[in-house]
Every structure is written in C-alpha cells, then in structure tokens.
Ligand binder design. Structure first.
Ligand code: TRP
Length: 338
C-alpha cells in the first residue's frame, strides 16, 4: 500500500436506529472515504456508558450498529468495536493527566448533556465519564495518528481539545510525537425532520422526527407523503423549509436530474408537491431496499460476521498497542512485554 495514504478515523455511538440524517450527513461519506484513505471506523461502546443506559441492551445495540454499518457499505476490515481495543481507555486515562479540568468543564456538549441528564433522570446523575468523554475521544483519534476526522460542526470543540491534548503531551515529553488531527469538513447535507422542518432530523425528538434507514417501504413513503410543506409564514414564490428539505434529500440520494426538473417546475410556479414527495419516497426506498437486502444477507451468517469483526478489531488493536508502547516509554510508565 502506498505510503502517502492519509489516515481517517471516525466513530459512532451505539445508541439506536440509523436515520437518513445520519446517513446523508455522515455514513455515506464514510463509505466514500474508504476509496482514498486508510480508514478506521469505531462503534464506541465505552462512550455509550457516559449517559444513563441499560447494561442489558448495550451489547446488542453495539452488534446491531455493526451490522447496519456493514449493510451501508463500510468494509469489515475498517470496523472495530471500541471495548475490544481496551488501549483506548488506557490512553484515555493517560490523556486525563494532560488535559485541564477547566477546559473540559467548558465543553458545550458536556453542558448540554449534563443538563439533559439532570432533567430526564430521576437520579440526577451526571457521571465523571460524561465530563471526561472528550478525553476518550481524543484517545480514539490520536491512538491511530489520524490525519482527518470526518465529523459535523458540533464536534469542532472536541477536535480542538484533542489538539490541545496532543500539544501538551508533545511539549511535556519533549517530542513531536502526535500529529495534529484535522476535521475533515465536507459540505454535508443537513436533513431536517419531515414532521417539523424547523428542527433537524433526530432520534431524541421522537419517532415521527426521523426516517430510519432500515424502515419498510410503506412507512418510508408514508412519512414522506405526510411531510410538512407549508409552514404558513412562507412568502409567495419563496421556498418553505419543508419543501427545501425534500429537495435536499432528493439530491443527497443522487437523483440530480429529477431534482433539477422538479426545481424548474418550482421556479415556474407549477410544482405539485405530490410529485416531489413521490420522487423522494421512491429515491429513499430504492436506497433502503438495497440496505435491507444486504442486512438480511448478513443476518444469515451472524456468527461468521461477528467473528470477522472480532478479527478486524484484533488487527486494528495491534496499531493501538504500538502507540501505547511508545506513550508508556515517553511518559515514564513501565513497559513490560508479558
Ligand atoms: N463524539 C462523537 C459524536 O457524538 C462520537 C465519537 C466518539 C467520535 N469518539 C470519536 C467521533 C472519535 C469522531 C472521532 O458523534
């Protein structure tokens, strides 16, 4: 393999269904990046423990997401499960000592999630894991010396923190050991909820606010058919957020020609919303039907697929172990091969 290939890393939490906001906004790009880069994609189960969660369900959710990512086109060899590479947690601990408490407490995601947690759980339990979440994320990234991290804007602060940790580490040990990871900013289409196009498509708002990638034909088409198109405050000739969202999805699904034709109709003032909706419904279903077919085929060989992911995680772990050996050497920890 050529030496110049850069390394890409991204991770996703096993917190449930994948929807079209995830797919068009991230996973579709992950699939594409595999052609050009050495990619590491992790299902981060240690991260999923930072918020109140159900231990009985976590393992199934982790496998479910693995199968779903494979169905979308992520290659086996690039996929790993975080807890099968425990060096992430070990490096995370070391990084905690190269990161200031003040920096962590200023993270917006921590502020948002700790507030969410105190509102939703009876216990009002905010774990130290939630505060330290971005340190573990820095370990995920730096352990593979990732050059690029494809994530949304909401993760910019975490990337900044990863660089701060890498910098402090390099300064303290007196060696430019870690490379500075950069966010890979691609113009991702931002998909809105079809039930309320003023908010983004997301699971947390409830079932009608997201379209699952693995949903059945009837449900997908029904959700698109009932998409809100008129929000009332749209001026004559202007496009409402709901209609725009449908156009965005059509384009994201690579139906450019159809998109352009319907856009012409819109500009001429004679677009029939039902035509746009039918087009989007068909476009999404043609994607979902392929994903479901692949997913079903994988389900036929569950055991074998799981075995392969364990093997790919073990292979990826070797890279992580090498980094950790260097880190122990540089930080003065003991380094013994048992
Ligand atoms: N924090 C990311 C999210 O909420 C998930 C994540 C964990 C991640 N570790 C990562 C993303 C490393 C990129 C790189 O989406």
């Amino acid at each position: 393999m050529s030496q110049e290939r850069k390394t890409v890393l991204s991770c996703i939490q096993p917190t449930g269904d994948l929807h079209y906001g995830n797919y068009f906004g991230a996973n579709k790009n992950w699939v594409r990046l595999q052609e050009e880069y050495d990619c590491y994609y992790g299902v981060v189960d240690y991260h999923a423990m930072t918020m109140p969660y159900d231990p009985k369900k976590l393992r199934n959710k982790t496998w479910d997401l693995i199968f779903n990512l494979l169905a979308l086109g992520i290659e086996e060899k690039n996929l790993f499960i975080q807890s099968l590479v425990p060096e992430h947690a070990e490096l995370g601990w070391i990084f905690n000592c190269f990161c200031s408490y003040g920096h962590l407490s200023r993270m917006t995601q921590f502020k948002d999630k700790s507030q969410q947690s105190s509102e939703s759980s009876k216990e009002n339990f905010i774990s130290a894991g939630l505060l330290n979440y971005p340190v573990l994320q820095a370990a995920d990234i730096l352990i593979y010396k990732a050059d690029y991290v494809p994530v949304g804007k909401d993760q910019d602060q975490h990337l900044e923190l990863s660089r701060a940790i890498a910098n402090r580490f390099n300064n303290q040990v007196g060696k430019e050991y870690f490379v500075m990871p950069e966010t890979l900013h691609t113009e991702f289409p931002k998909i809105k909820s079809t039930a309320d196009p003023t908010r983004k498509m997301s699971k947390s708002a409830g079932e009608k606010h997201y379209i699952s990638v693995f949903s059945d034909e009837a449900r997908i088409k029904k959700q698109i058919r009932s998409a809100v198109t008129d929000t009332g405050d749209t001026k004559e000739g202007e496009m409402s957020e709901g209609v725009e969202n449908l156009f965005v999805m059509l384009k994201a699904a690579d139906h450019q020609e159809q998109h352009d034709t319907l856009m012409k109709d819109f500009n001429a003032g004679n677009l029939r919303y039902v035509d746009l909706k039918d087009a989007v419904g068909e476009a999404l279903w043609s994607l979902s039907s392929q994903f479901i077919e692949k997913r079903n085929a994988l389900n036929e060989n569950k055991k074998e697929v799981k075995q392969k992911i364990k093997a790919s995680s073990a292979e990826i772990r070797k890279v992580a172990q090498e980094t950790l050996r260097d880190v122990k050497e540089l930080t003065g920890l003991l380094n013994v091969k048992f």
